[in-house]
Design a protein around this ligand. Structure first.
Ligand SMILES: Nc1ncnc2c1ncn2[C@@H]1O[C@H](COP(=O)(O)OP(=O)(O)OP(=O)(O)O)[C@@H](O)[C@H]1O
Ligand SMILES: [Mg+2]
Length: 406
């Protein structure tokens, strides 16, 4: 798939921006703080309906909008072609007055071809793979960063995954609230059973999906990782579900890198669900004491290993960079494999961090996908043949100018 146009209104530094795109590589260059990353952020928003960098989507609204304006609306409209069909996806970011005491409320809405739809129905319409320098946090950050990494891939390739994730989180919130209430006021613990079943039902899908995607990513990443490391490093991904569904009598929180992988792939959703229910039940008293749910996909871990060595704990910066590159190759291939369409590739300032071998490999990937958006502060990073072959645009103070190739 590829974007044919992008229109932004009040999106960060862009009060108004209208761009058309060819079906190939588009290189945005310019000095710092001009709006390059913001363009990629907007494109990625059409795939995930959240920002890849902002902690809070409110921050995306242009902060120069007049304060006395009670209603503020930001817009991202992308037209894209998928399987020969033209589609339009629009996201609105709305800050509106709430109540009479001057409060405000932020909300988002999305439309596909002009029709309002739930976000859950829209995942997978437009797919993107982003590669940002800060993504090394997949290795170095906490387990929630890694769960989010998997979930963002799964939402794009597996219909229904986002719905299960939403329901799982809702059931978790309700179960935890009940645990607190029972802790404060007492009451029969079997009130938890209802939420156990709901949680297990949704959680089983999450576990099955995560396990499948980890297996496939590993298979796809292994070859390119070997090539990128001159045959020296075998790359492995290890999914460590917090619940081991093959061992329902003693479901356990696994310690990173110590226990073997649970054989989730050979189990079906019903089997995972039933061992999950048993384990939740077994932990009623513990959970009551903690006031929260101690087991389930919200506590899953994912580890990355090169030659059996855990990259998050022991990887060098260069090793992580290479592993990230292998993962990005794998994500692109996975999306093509699972959806039949190439995702749009978004590369933010990543060339600068790579040595010539890895840079060459990344340029090879650019040739394969249907469309890629690349940012750089330094055009010298690219061969003149590359600049001639591709669309180059200059970004300056929120304005984008087309440049003559070369
Ligand atoms: N909500 C907002 N409203 C208006 N401007 C914003 C908003 N959020 C960020 N900006 C500004 O947008 C500008 C462009 O940011 P962006 O990250 O896109 O720049 P960039 O070209 O990628 O720069 P760099 O090369 O440093 O990565 C920055 O000056 C930033 O302060
Ligand atoms: Mg930037």
């Amino acid at each position: 798939m590829h974007l044919t146009s992008l229109s932004l209104t009040n999106f960060r530094v862009f009060s108004r921006l209208e761009l058309d795109f060819p079906r190939r590589v588009i290189l945005f260059h310019g000095a710092n703080a001009q709006g390059k990353t913001t363009i990629l952020e907007a494109v990625a928003f059409l795939a995930l309906f959240t920002s890849f960098s902002a902690g809070n989507d409110r921050q995306l609204l242009n902060f120069n909008l007049p304060d006395d304006e009670p209603l503020k609306v930001g817009r991202i409209v992308g037209e894209f072609e998928r399987g020969g069909r033209k589609q339009t996806l629009e996201v609105r970011l709305i800050l509106e007055p709430n109540g009479s005491n001057g409060g405000t409320r932020f909300r988002k809405e999305a439309l596909l071809n002009g029709v309002n739809r739930r976000f859950g129905e829209l995942y997978g319409q437009f797919n993107a793979v982003s590669f940002l320098p800060q993504m090394a946090k997949i290795f170095e950050g906490g387990p929630s960063d890694r769960r989010r990494y998997l979930d963002e891939i799964l939402c794009q390739i597996e219909p229904g995954y986002s719905k299960h994730l939403l329901r799982y989180n809702q059931a978790m919130t309700r179960r935890n609230a009940l645990l607190k209430r029972l802790g404060d006021y007492g009451g029969p613990l079997d009130q938890l059973d209802y939420w156990d079943v709901l949680l297990a039902e949704q959680g089983a899908y999450l576990m099955k999906g995560r396990n499948g995607v980890v297996e496939q990513l590993e298979n796809l990443a292994r070859g390119s990782h070997l090539r990128l490391t001159d045959g020296k490093e075998v790359f492995k991904l290890e999914y460590q579900p917090s619940l081991d569904p093959t061992n329902s009598s003693s479901g356990q929180i696994k310690l990173p890198g110590v226990q073997p992988l649970a054989e989730v792939s050979s189990l079906d959703v019903e089997e995972i669900k039933s061992s999950f229910i048993k384990e939740l039940h077994r932990r009623h008293k513990d959970d009551l004491q903690r006031g929260s749910t101690s087991i389930g996909p919200h506590r899953d871990e994912l580890r990355f290993l090169a030659n059996q060595i855990d990259l998050g704990d022991f990887g060098s910066r260069g090793q992580m960079r290479t592993a990230l590159l292998s993962l990005k190759f794998a994500e692109v291939d996975l999306m093509k494999l699972r959806t039949g369409e190439w995702p749009v590739l978004l590369l933010d300032e990543v060339m600068a961090e790579l040595d010539p071998v890895r840079r060459e490999a990344l340029l090879g990937l650019l040739d394969r996908v249907e469309q890629a958006f690349v940012t750089t502060t330094d055009l010298d990073m690219f061969e003149s043949s590359f600049l001639i072959a591709h669309e180059v645009r200059k970004v300056r103070q929120g304005v984008v100018l087309k440049e003559a190739s070369g």
